[in-house]
Design a protein around this ligand. Structure first.
Ligand code: DAH
Length: 445
């Protein structure tokens, strides 16, 4: 998982390096926030419609029509779609492993609107006000109050507030990112939370009445200040055995796994789970003991719990050998029929429909001061849709005399369902050049 895709945002002891984009963002957050996005499709004071509601645009609006078109697609709820197969497999695991008085313990929320407030997406999860993840370069803002959720964690606090103590949230999430075979600005996550009262957590211990969830203590690498060591250890144990069981249920009983320490603003301690699959270690999910401050803020002051979040495309790409993330959005029968009418727990290996040749075209331009690569990636998505397989920044330099910056990007065009002609590619490429010049203030070289 690239760092831009996750919330492991402050370096941990073993991972001290942040990519430049994060460093840049952390140093310039305030100026980025002030940056005008009028060049991206909307002007201030317009309204945009999302799922039947109107939102007034303002200086923060950076959603594009191409992105808004994806909202409401509901791939994860579409029977026969690989993402739906995966969800059903995960739900089946939870429903058999976690039962309360004969009923599934975890409730499933898979139709929550992806439109959330900034407060839900960040503040409710204790993400600091100046945190790099809030940069408009990385998220899709609808306006100064609303955004498209960047993760399903955005619903944690509100669902706990409704009184739930075990739930899953499944849904589409939106992040501005690079263009390649594993990144797409919309993808899907599955989130789960389980809370325990002292009675529930200590029920298997010899002297449950003598044990307590909380104590005034100190925070260290292994626990939060409010939790007893027993609380922290039992939460860790139940969380890890739940997730190891889930991965074995999906990938087979002999699966090799390892836990890696991580950082998230909303959990402590936190981990990532990696699996050894087809010869390499692959990061599968993030998880941890929920920050007690978050649990308390949701009114569950007598409970402690754990949470995790995983990316469904990443899981499905591994499990079904799907080579390109754009395929999940394909309407072509060559892809869909390989999953449709199959039982969700049947082993399926995707057989690539013949790959059509790629066309490669470069584009070079002088950039204005406020330029960000993600603005260009969004523009490419808006103009070319899924015809672009990959965009790579292959050269950048600053002119020694004028001080102007220049970027050169390589665009790889390939249709997943038919061969593109050179004329078609040229025409799209020219449209990208013209739109970039007009909307991003770049000067084509
Ligand atoms: N929201 C995180 C992300 O998008 C994933 C995650 C990590 C979810 C830890 C959690 C958690 O619930 O406890 O990268």
């Amino acid at each position: 998982m690239s760092l831009t895709r996750c919330w492991r945002l402050w370096p941990t002891a073993d991972k001290t390096v942040l990519p430049c984009r994060w460093l840049y963002a952390s140093l310039h957050t305030s100026s980025i926030c002030k940056k005008s996005h009028k060049k991206l499709q909307y002007s201030i004071g317009n309204t945009i419609e999302i799922l039947g509601k109107s939102y007034e645009t303002d200086h923060l609006t950076n959603t594009t029509p191409a992105i808004l078109k994806k909202v409401g697609t509901n791939l994860h709820n579409t029977p026969g779609h690989p993402l739906n197969h995966i969800c059903r497999r995960i739900e089946t695991y939870f429903n058999s492993a976690y039962v309360r008085r004969g009923n599934p313990r975890f409730s499933v929320y898979n139709r929550l609107s992806p439109v959330v407030t900034h407060e839900q997406n960040f503040d409710s999860l204790l993400v600091p006000a100046n945190h790099v993840s809030r940069s408009p370069q990385d998220s899709y803002y609808i306006n100064s109050e609303y955004m498209l959720r960047a993760h399903t964690s955005a619903h944690q606090r509100d669902l706990v507030r409704t009184g739930l103590d075990a739930f899953m949230v499944i849904g589409d999430v939106y992040r501005r990112d690079a263009i390649d075979s594993t990144h797409y600005p919309v993808f899907h996550q599955l989130e789960a939370v389980q809370l325990f009262s002292d009675f529930e957590l200590f029920s298997d211990m010899p002297n449950p009445e003598s044990m307590s969830l909380f104590e005034p203590g100190v925070r260290d690498d292994n626990k939060q200040e409010r939790h007893t060591l027993q609380t922290a250890l039992l939460l860790e144990q139940t969380l890890k055995s739940c997730l190891e069981g889930l991965m074995r249920a999906l990938f087979g009983q002999d699966l090799q796994m390892r836990w890696v320490g991580a950082y998230f603003p909303f959990t402590h301690p936190s981990w990532e789970l990696e699996i050894f699959y087809q010869g390499e270690w692959v990061e599968m999910l993030g998880c941890g003991v929920m920050e007690q401050k978050l649990v308390d803020s949701a009114g569950a002051t007598d409970k402690a719990g754990w949470a995790f979040g995983l990316g469904l495309e990443r899981l499905a790409m591994k499990l079904y050998s799907i080579p390109d993330i754009r395929l999940f959005w394909s309407t072509d029968s060559g892809f869909l029929t390989q999953f449709k009418n199959k039982n969700f727990d049947e082993p399926i290996t995707y057989k690539p429909v013949s790959k059509h040749p790629q066309c490669v075209n470069d584009i070079s331009f002088w950039i204005p001061e406020s330029f960000s690569s993600n603005d260009f990636y969004d523009l490419v998505r808006s103009v070319a849709g899924d015809l672009v397989e990959q965009v790579t920044l292959i050269d950048e330099f600053v002119h020694p005399k004028t001080g102007r910056g220049s970027h050169c990007y390589r665009l790889v065009y390939r249709h997943m369902e038919k061969a593109l002609t050179q004329e078609e590619v040229n025409s799209i490429h020219q449209q990208i050049e013209a739109s970039a010049a007009e909307q991003l203030d770049v000067q084509i070289r």
